[in-house]
Ligand binder design. Structure first.
Ligand SMILES: Cc1ncc(COP(=O)(O)O)c(C=O)c1O
Length: 429
């Protein structure tokens, strides 16, 4: 019985380790005074700690270098720090309007016009949120119904899929293929059914590093318009774009602004992942409900940090963002060259700050075992590829290069000492 139950749960969430499964099967025996058994909700019984956190804990235990978690530990820009500190000292510590302070909404509107080529009304079409994660969650709450199908490109960002599942929506996967992470237009068209309500687009993407080009976005937009679908975009890595690739906001394409929820934030560009400041930009018909659900969960985004983000938008010149991209591009080159030489061929990312590498040369039956082997042998933590696929990713590992130079260099020294047999052709996923 127990074996069958484990197997059932294991099939439901293939990215879980056995420990996580066992933890779910043995809830503490909590008896209420009336003798009834307390239990978690049916939704809660399907959750477990993410692979990224599991690897980070394991990495700390063995004092490895953590290239698993996407935490940028680079310096926070001076104007951003200064404005947040001043805001705390001058008493901006209370709740703000539910959609954020006016100066920030106006600064976001200017940035959306100049950088994203999208015109929005700062008073009715922007909701400042608790990180882009708060924006995504609130958008899903405001726009999706239980049972709705939502198209998601895989490899995917786990929070997107798990949020959809928590809301009883059904993710429908369209697979992208390395090294350029191209998808089949036919598969995409077939994925749309009468139950489809939305498409999730993450560009530049985590974990693949894909930057969707204009032609691909026009194809997706054409189908969204034809089938009357929402497009929810996650553009948190919009400033992390390399080589001659260009970030295009789907809402800037003809006839797309009315159906697109553009989500972004400041966690990555300003290295303030713990401040929790993001935003959703969309037509006023949707913004009110998104703001309402965000209010229910968070009331507002942290007040002093809204002032910090405003100063960043108002005071940092375009060359700040250009240097950021150049700095991360150099880090990408260092990590990808090292991975190539170490026998872990990477798909060179066009954007974001992650690399998926082919780990088929490492021993192990699956990506978790390969990640554990790498951590034990080299002292470098990566995320098992299966965390980003609905069934694939067995031979992939994800490395993050948003690290201080010294840490990244040390990780690369360790990786280059590894001895790995050459990966077998075509064994990528
Ligand atoms: C694709 C993607 N979206 C959103 C986030 C989280 O962003 P925020 O800190 O704004 O919630 C991450 C963080 O890793 C991410 O990779």
């Amino acid at each position: 019985m127990r074996g069958r139950e484990l197997e059932r749960l294991g099939n439901r969430n293939k990215s879980l380790g056995d420990e996580a499964l066992l933890a779910r099967l043995e809830p503490p025996p909590n008896h209420s005074p009336r003798g009834q058994m307390l239990s978690l909700s049916s939704k809660a019984s399907g959750i477990a700690q993410s692979e990224i956190r599991v690897m980070s804990i394991e990495c700390d235990r063995v004092r490895g270098i953590n290239l698993a978690q996407g935490i940028c530990d680079t310096e926070v820009p001076e104007p951003v720090q200064r404005a947040a500190i001043n805001a705390i000292r001058s008493g901006s510590n209370s709740y703000t309007r539910l959609d954020g302070i006016a100066t920030l909404r106006h600064a976001i509107a200017r940035k959306m016009r100049d950088f994203n080529h999208v015109n929005v009304d700062p008073d009715r079409e922007i909701v400042v949120t608790a990180g882009s994660t708060g924006a995504f969650y609130s958008a899903c709450m405001g726009l999706l119904n239980p049972g709705d199908e939502v198209i998601v490109f895989e490899p995917y960002y786990g929070y997107h899929v798990h949020t959809l599942m928590a809301l009883d929506c059904v993710p429908v996967y369209v697979t992208m293929h390395p090294p350029k992470w191209i998808f089949s237009r036919e598969q995409f068209e077939h994925a749309i059914t009468p139950r489809t309500r939305a498409i999730i687009l993450n560009t530049p993407a985590n974990p693949s590093g894909k930057v969707f080009n204009r032609e691909e976005l026009e194809f997706v937009a054409g189908l969204a318009i034809h089938h009357d679908l929402f497009v929810i975009t996650d553009e948190i890595y919009e400033y992390f774009v390399y080589d001659d690739n260009q970030h295009t906001s789907p809402a800037s394409l003809p006839d797309m602004a009315g159906r697109t929820i553009t989500i972004s934030g400041f966690s990555k560009a300003y290295s303030i992942t713990g401040w929790r400041i993001g935003y959703a930009v969309c037509d006023r018909r949707w913004a009110q409900a998104i703001g309402y659900f965000h209010d229910l969960a968070y009331i507002c985004a942290p007040s002093p940090f809204q002032h910090g983000a405003t100063a960043g938008l108002e005071e940092l010149a375009p060359d700040f963002y250009q240097s950021l991209a150049a700095e991360y591009c150099a880090k990408r080159d260092l990590l990808c060259t090292t991975l190539e030489q170490a026998g872990l061929p990477p798909s060179w990312p066009q954007g974001s700050y992650y690399v998926l590498a082919d780990a088929s040369g490492l021993p192990g039956q699956n990506s978790k075992e390969k990640a554990m082997y790498l951590l034990a042998q080299a002292g470098v933590a990566a995320v098992p590829g299966e965390a980003f696929f609905n069934g694939g990713g067995r031979n992939l590992l994800r490395f993050c290069f948003a690290k201080k130079e010294t840490d990244l260099e040390e990780a690369c020294r360790r990786l280059s000492r590894l001895e790995i047999s050459a990966p077998t052709a075509g064994s990528r996923c």
